[in-house]
Design a protein around this ligand. Structure first.
Ligand SMILES: Cc1cc2nc3c(=O)[nH]c(=O)nc-3n(C[C@H](O)[C@H](O)[C@H](O)COP(=O)(O)O)c2cc1C
Ligand SMILES: CCCCC(=O)C(=O)O
Length: 498
């Protein structure tokens, strides 16, 4: 067992050794410069955990508040949850990825068995190499069916009917692929798309006349680039299954919204209007438009826009249990995992796909234990620190590490240490007071440093006086009179420029 991988990433190395270059490149690759492909993974590495520090423990103790997370009983960790009402052992699903027979001769049937063994939900790709019926009869995994809308709508409609008849529980409508992204490795390799059995007798998926990627040629011929919101109504009219929209790149009114606030808002509002049952934040594993943001950087915006009205799921770049935890902390209800499962399948068949899921589950369990979260509900936004949190806090770092001395009212020397986000004040008797900078703010601390209690008090008094004057001068006798219309922000200015 010398080659037994100890983490998910090692399966990629084995898969590379196991697969012909054309297939490995197809599975591993992204589009164009593969910038987003790298970013999907790298962005996770820039998110850190905010485990409670020693200072915080003292502070919490001092104010007789909650027990710090480091002293939580984590002898039992419960990762189980429900997704669309279906019980699952962990908030991890298998993402729909195409053509598993290119990874292993038995294809998606083995992936489904791995899902069943791990008690997680399996997403089956519209472009699978095993049929819908073969996968359904192979095991009792809860299955969702991913849908592409073809120009020939009747083919898509037929697949939905077959999925329904075979007890698939939801439709994942992929909305980020009006055309296939430019996968340059596939072009060079002249990637050959095999005949997909689901479409036998309906449409030939084996295109022979392309100069480059046959898959690209087939996609150009079959995918409907006119797909728009009204088609979700069409889909809802032909199925009773819940519909989740997968991918947040869409085309609407000749404006391309790419993972920005407009889109998030659009998605949230439109999703309500058309009645979808969930959203999957996804950039298709960075295989569509290159240079869109890493999905983990877009997740929170979507979550905030959706405001809990439908569940938000997430995929892209999950390679560790810590990644799963981070996505949950930023508001995802569950994550989907794409390439790692295919690499597991390519390297070691059903066992490999199963091990990939098991390793992610094990790592998530350990992460929950080490961060004091016995259940998924214990995972909160406060557990992670993102790059944008850091930007907001940069100014605080300026005072990090500074040490001030001052004399208190009784002329005792006080030592004042700033280790963001806490300030420790140590008096002559070595008594230590810990203040949270986020709560008391720097001005108060500077006042304290300069003139002890009097200085801290004056800072507050001056702010109050200034606020009183400002309210008077802007005609606001009470706090309730202060409205959003009283101020203009940079972003208001930007919106008006247009
Ligand atoms: C080889 C491959 C094939 C894919 N095929 C499909 C597909 O048929 N339908 C779809 O909606 N998404 C497809 N995806 C996107 C995945 O569902 C998912 O969004 C992505 O793989 C997540 O990123 P990850 O691979 O970093 O986990 C594919 C991704 C890969 C890597
Ligand atoms: C038209 C089949 C596309 C499969 C797919 O979604 C992918 O390769 O990313």
């Amino acid at each position: 067992m010398g080659d037994e991988p100890v983490n998910v990433k090692e399966y990629q190395i084995l898969a590379r050794q196991a697969l012909p270059k054309m297939y490995y490149d197809y599975f591993a690759g992204g589009s164009e410069d593969q910038h987003t492909l790298r970013e999907n993974v790298a962005a996770f590495q820039r998110i850190t955990f905010t485990l409670l520090s020693y200072e915080y423990a003292i502070l919490q103790h001092a104010i007789n508040s909650l027990r710090p997370r480091i002293l939580v009983d984590v002898s039992k960790i419960d990762m189980s949850t429900t997704i669309l009402g279906y019980k699952t052992s962990a908030p991890i699903m298998i993402a729909p990825t195409a053509m598993h027979k290119l990874a292993h001769p038995e294809g998606e049937v083995l992936t489904a068995k791995a899902a069943a063994a791990c008690d997680v939900i399996m997403g089956l790709s519209f472009s699978s190499t095993c049929t819908i019926e073969e996968v359904a009869s192979s095991c009792d995994a809860v299955r969702f069916f991913q849908l592409y809308v073809y120009k020939r709508r009747e083919i898509s409609a037929l697949m939905v009917k077959r999925a329904e008849a075979n007890r698939f529980k939801a439709i994942l409508l992929t909305v980020d692929t009006p055309k296939l992204g430019r996968r340059e490795a596939d072009k060079k390799n002249k990637m050959i798309a095999p005949q997909l059995k689901n479409f036998e007798g309906l449409v030939s998926t084996k295109v022979d006349d392309s100069d480059g990627s046959n898959l690209e040629a087939f996609a150009a011929r079959s995918l409907d680039p006119s797909l728009s919101w009204k088609d979700i109504a069409w889909l809802k009219s032909i199925t009773k299954l819940p519909v989740l929209i997968k991918g947040v790149l869409t085309r609407e009114d000749d404006v391309i919204y790419i993972l920005n606030l407009s889109l998030c808002f659009l998605v949230a509002v439109k999703a309500m209007e058309v009645g979808v049952e969930g959203i999957i934040v996804s950039n298709h594993g960075a295989r569509q438009l290159d240079y869109v943001p890493a999905t983990i950087n877009a997740l929170e915006e979507v979550v905030l826009a959706v405001q809990g009205r439908v569940p938000v799921h997430f995929d892209g770049g999950i390679r560790r249990g810590t990644d799963v935890f981070k996505a949950l902390a930023l508001g995802a209800q569950a994550v989907l995992v794409g390439r790692p499962v295919v690499f597991g399948l390519a390297a070691k068949g059903e066992y490999g796909a199963r091990r990939v899921i098991e390793m992610l589950k094990d790592e998530l369990e350990l992460t929950m234990a080490l961060s004091g979260c016995p259940t998924l509900n214990d995972i909160t936004r406060n557990h992670v620190r993102t790059q944008s949190d850091n930007r907001h806090c940069r100014i605080n770092y300026l005072v990090a590490g500074s040490i001030f001395n001052f004399n208190d009212d009784n002329d005792n020397l006080m030592i004042f240490m700033c280790t963001y986000p806490f300030v420790r004040i140590v008096d002559a008797a070595q008594k230590c007071i810990v203040l949270d900078l986020n709560t008391v703010g720097r001005p108060v601390v500077f006042g304290l440093a300069a003139k002890g209690e009097y200085g801290a008090r004056r800072v507050i008094e001056m702010l109050k006086d200034e606020l009183e004057l400002t309210m008077a001068l802007s005609g606001c006798p009470t706090l309730n009179d202060i409205t959003r219309n009283h101020v203009r922000t940079q972003s208001d200015n930007r919106h008006c420029r247009m």
